[in-house]
Design a protein around this ligand. Structure first.
Ligand SMILES: Cc1cc2nc3c(=O)[nH]c(=O)nc-3n(C[C@H](O)[C@H](O)[C@H](O)COP(=O)(O)O)c2cc1C
Length: 383
């Protein structure tokens, strides 16, 4: 078999993952407007699991009513959602993949009247948002841009009041209760979303957390909120149930999280008993800027940073970001850059991805030609 390193099993905690391929969390918007699971969503995740990946991470289930990203966000904040979550876990497991669910609180990006944020956004943050908004607008037809601009301006107006101690306590408990519901629903693992500018990430970053005491201050203080969440979640889960973390390696905003901070945080997460680290980069404040879009247009754009993350910790790591071909994926695993290959868009756009990786002879020549064009070597020296 070609690409044998991709098909060598590896454990995450007590679970043997049958291969090194993980379907990354990608928000679907397939839940009903009350946050419950739709049959469409169950079919969708069943098909993702049937593609042959070793593990599927269900995206972005909200831990609180005020933590949803969209009206069609999956929710885990009430017991009434457990039966639907069970259907998702069962559908994934029936197709032979390990079932994990990502839990999130969207913080200031939540679709709610009073979004939660560590500290009020300053004018410096807002001017950067306008830059990012310009990039965002490029994706929409001209006539839609007025409504969207109004929506964003209305949103910015709600970013004035910091979270109270009541809010922080409540959200920590919400994460723990949602994790327990995921366990009751039959998920094998839980992943906490600590990336992409959502609440846990907002506390970690000096760009969004300018509190002077408590959960703010230097980096060690800014880690305190996500760590409080982790400790509470771990208390509610069975000891042997793996808890993963989506870690942000670079935020790409002024004063934001950089690789040196995230590597320190990674070691701390390992000491806290986190079972794996799934890497991500950027937030809504950065990913739409032309400079960042250019960085993220490269194949396996996280490779150099992942090499450092994987060398730093002794727990499994998952790379993300345009790992488009099995050849590239195999190289990343063989060279020890990442233990697992995260597939977000690739596995959704090509459900045959794993089958092709298993049978490279059928596809190898074409892929090799394609891969030459997007050769890893052509970008390595530029990063
Ligand atoms: C439409 C879309 C939705 C996403 N939703 C989530 C999400 O809910 N949680 C998360 O951790 N990452 C999310 N991501 C990031 C992906 O998990 C992944 O890191 C990113 O797409 C890069 O990997 P890829 O090139 O394999 O797609 C999303 C990405 C896209 C494009």
């Amino acid at each position: 078999m070609g690409y044998s390193s991709l098909f060598t099993p590896l454990n995450i905690g007590k679970y043997e993952i049958k291969n090194r391929l993980v379907a990354l969390p990608v928000h679907t918007g397939f839940a009903y407007t009350d946050g419950s699971t739709s049959s469409w969503m169950v079919d969708f995740y069943s098909r993702i699991a049937a593609s042959g990946v070793g593990m599927v991470v269900v995206a972005n289930a909200a831990v609180s009513h005020d933590g949803v990203v969209s009206r069609f966000n999956l929710r885990a904040d009430k017991d009434q959602f457990i039966p639907g979550l069970s259907k998702l876990a069962d559908a994934i497991k029936q197709k032979g993949a390990v079932a994990c669910i990502q839990l999130n609180h969207a913080g200031r990006f939540a679709r709610t009247e009073r979004p939660l944020l560590p500290s009020p956004m300053t004018s410096a943050n807002l001017s950067f948002n306008v830059e990012s908004l310009k990039g965002f607008m490029e994706f929409f037809p001209f006539e839609k841009r007025f409504g969207l601009t109004r929506y964003v301006i209305e949103k910015i107006k709600t970013w004035r009041d910091p979270m109270t101690s009541y809010d922080t306590e409540r959200v920590i408990n919400d994460f723990a209760s949602a994790a327990f519901r995921a366990y009751l629903a039959g998920f094998d693992m839980v992943e906490l979303h600590g990336a992409n500018g959502y609440l846990l990430c907002q506390y970690l970053s000096f760009f969004t957390n300018q509190i002077k005491s408590g959960f703010g201050g230097d980096f060690s203080r800014r880690m305190a909120f996500p760590l409080a969440v982790i400790r509470k979640v771990k208390k509610r889960l069975p000891k042997d149930m793996p808890l993963g973390f989506r870690i942000i390696l670079r935020e790409w905003v002024p004063g934001g999280i950089d690789l040196s901070e995230s590597l320190v945080f990674a070691s701390i997460l390992e000491n806290e008993g986190i079972a794996y680290l799934s890497a991500s980069v950027g937030t809504y404040n950065s990913i739409l800027s032309p400079a960042v879009l250019k960085k993220m247009s490269r194949i396996a754009y996280l490779e150099p940073d992942m090499a450092k993350l994987t060398a730093r910790v002794n727990i499994p790591t998952i790379i993300s970001g345009r790992v488009t071909t099995p050849l590239c994926a195999d190289k990343l695993v063989t060279e020890g850059i990442s233990d697992f290959i995260g597939l977000g868009r690739p596995i959704r756009t090509d459900p045959q991805w794993v089958t092709k990786a298993k049978n490279p002879d059928c596809h190898h020549k074409r892929e090799a030609r394609l891969f030459q064009k997007i050769n890893l070597g052509t970008y390595r020296n530029k990063t």
